[in-house]
Design a protein around this ligand. Structure first.
Ligand SMILES: [Zn+2]
Length: 176
């Protein structure tokens, strides 16, 4: 490993620590030439196995692109999408496996997407779980309603089928 300050070709490891979740190792290093210190993180290479059997390195960008597609027209920011990417990566790495089937990646997206935006969740779930009819949507929506806390606001789920009406903030009707 080259020194990131002076490009010296050798560095010394001062200390190695396994991260709390056990999925990475941090090494504190020092450069014998310029004596600066820096930290490296060693992580397992996460591989996605597609249905065809082909493998590819896990890509957080692909996860974000998939979520972004489902969130089209929804009040979701780039930060929200980046957070989903990192949550999905964390949960897959947390499983401790070097290889994950592609469908597990889809499954890992569903949870955080549901927290973020229920319409986007329904869109993603409809593709991922191959919804075939309006009944499938109804069943999923019924489940969402059943699991929602009684104090929660009713979300606008009518946009799930695609033709999204513009979001209008709820206004209090003037009294009197
Ligand atoms: Zn150096």
């Amino acid at each position: 490993m080259h020194c990131p300050y002076c490009r010296h070709t050798d560095t010394r490891v001062l200390d190695s620590r396994v991260a709390e979740d056990g999925t990475s190792i941090r090494r504190r290093r020092s450069c014998p030439q310029c004596e600066k210190r820096f930290t490296t993180v060693e992580q397992m290479q996460l591989t996605v196995v597609k249905r065809s059997g082909a493998t590819e390195p896990f890509s957080r960008e692909k996860v974000i692109a998939g979520a972004r597609k489902a969130c089209k027209g929804r009040p979701v920011t780039d930060d929200d999408l980046a957070r989903i990417g990192s949550q999905v990566e964390d949960s897959l790495r947390g499983s401790g496996w070097a290889e994950v089937p592609a469908h597990e990646v889809g499954l890992a997206i569903l949870g955080p997407l549901r927290e973020l935006d229920e319409v986007a969740y329904l869109r993603f779930a409809s593709v991922y779980r191959a919804f075939e009819s309006a009944d499938d949507f109804e069943a999923e929506i019924a489940m969402l309603r059943a699991e929602r806390s009684p104090t929660g606001e009713e979300p606008d789920l009518t946009a799930a089928a695609g033709a999204a009406p513009p979001d209008v903030p709820t206004k209090q009707a003037p009294s009197g």
